[in-house]
Write a protein that binds this ligand. Sequence first.
Ligand code: XMP
Length: 491
Amino acid sequence: DGFPATKLFTQGYSYTYDDVIFLPHYIDFPTDSVHLGTKLTRNITLSTPCVSSPMDTVTEASMAVSIAAVGGIGIIHSNNTVAEQAAFVRSVKSHRMPVFSNDFVLVLENDAILSGGLFDDNKFVFVSSNGRNVVGFVERGKWEGLGDKGVKVSEYMVRKDVTFSSLSSFEDVVSCLDEKDLEFVALVNEEGEVVNVVGREDVERVKGCPKIGSGSVDKKGRFLVGASIGTRDSDKERLRELVKAGVDVVVIDSSQGNSIYQIEMIKFAKREFPDLDVIGGNVVTMSQAQNLIKSGVDGLRVGMGSGSICTTQEVCAVGRGQATAVYKVSSIAAKSGIPIIADGGISNSGHIVKALTLGASTVMMGSFLAGSTEAPGAYVYQNGQKVKKYRGMGSLEAMMKGSDARYLGDKEKMKIAQGVVGAVKDKGSVLKFIPYTMQAVKQGFQDLGASSLQSAHDLLRSGILRLEVRTGAAQVEGGVHGLVSYEKKSF
Ligand code: XMP
């Protein structure tokens, strides 16, 4: 009944997730015993197989903190200066709870003048006598605009100790708010600098989210975080600064990773920082993968032209259907113990089940996460819908800011876009929809009779798990059809 993967993927067709469907197998365990723990790279383990894409409308510090809190990992994009990217990494490493705030500023007590402008971007003004330790604060909500005349901050501030160690756990922060009867705490690092502000609303929001597994943390209990780099000479300096900032893994970000530039960068990174895991890519064929594996990568990113904002296949005529790419690359990478990341084309939990069963160890997502509260940028209303901007890193707009290195563009020459700029719907917090999505993934695994990623891979490779190609009509049948209208709500 059905086809084993070895047969299905050797017919000369390029299949993507929607083309194929698994046949159900045998269930002898409950959904909750499905274990989604996995490897991002040779040395990095995650409890949730989710990675946020290094795109400037997807992963900065807020996304990285929250996705690590639910057991995945965020890869900070590099469409910025080295200092900005390193600051995002430092910021993630200074967090221990899934709350991220950066709308505060520190001013000096003696000479600072309060004016309305200070509150344009900041909810809190913290006051210090020495540039570090906080002695008081002014809150935007309590600020009765004094026009541009301004008053000395020392006359207006509340003198109260609202600081608490940034090394504290979520539970400790909650107790601190209660014990000191505060509306918020300013979390300070060992140097006394404010790194985060946690309010009662944040606490309620986090408490209201389903709890899944443990967060992704390093040996010191700090969130794991990755960052992308390019393959230019200047990226060597970027890499050094990221390592200084405490990055846990780097992703070499190229749309076609099988290049001399990437191989040299992998070798450089492994030579300079033998303890740092390096993810190479992107690749879609076995021979591309083989080359990068030989060069010493610890993980591989798979996908070319499968992303929702990609036009690479149209513009350059190269790429591969994502289901075939994931299956082919993972079959070679598994032999060397290299985990693969299925990158792009994920728009529902079924796609995640397919990617992970076909051999991926994690999925990397852009559009799936870009509408969340944690993605960079503000929501706007478009045709009555609340949306956030989402753009390809090969779009003209992103390349104008500097991301052309990923597409081997040259600053001096003509730029050709390989991506588009668009918008995605508001999805709320990743703290909520990732746990729900993972529950759906577990149900898919249960239907397949696979209680873990490893068992899914084994069932597929041994030919026990069977699949088929869906015709166009079968795909229509597999989606909602025949209704005049309906509301799509998954949880
Ligand atoms: P999804 O489908 O999750 O895809 O939105 C995210 C992935 O798409 C890749 N990416 C691009 N590919 N042109 C491309 O051909 C682009 O402008 C572009 N921007 C991102 C990238 O691999 C990302 O993780």
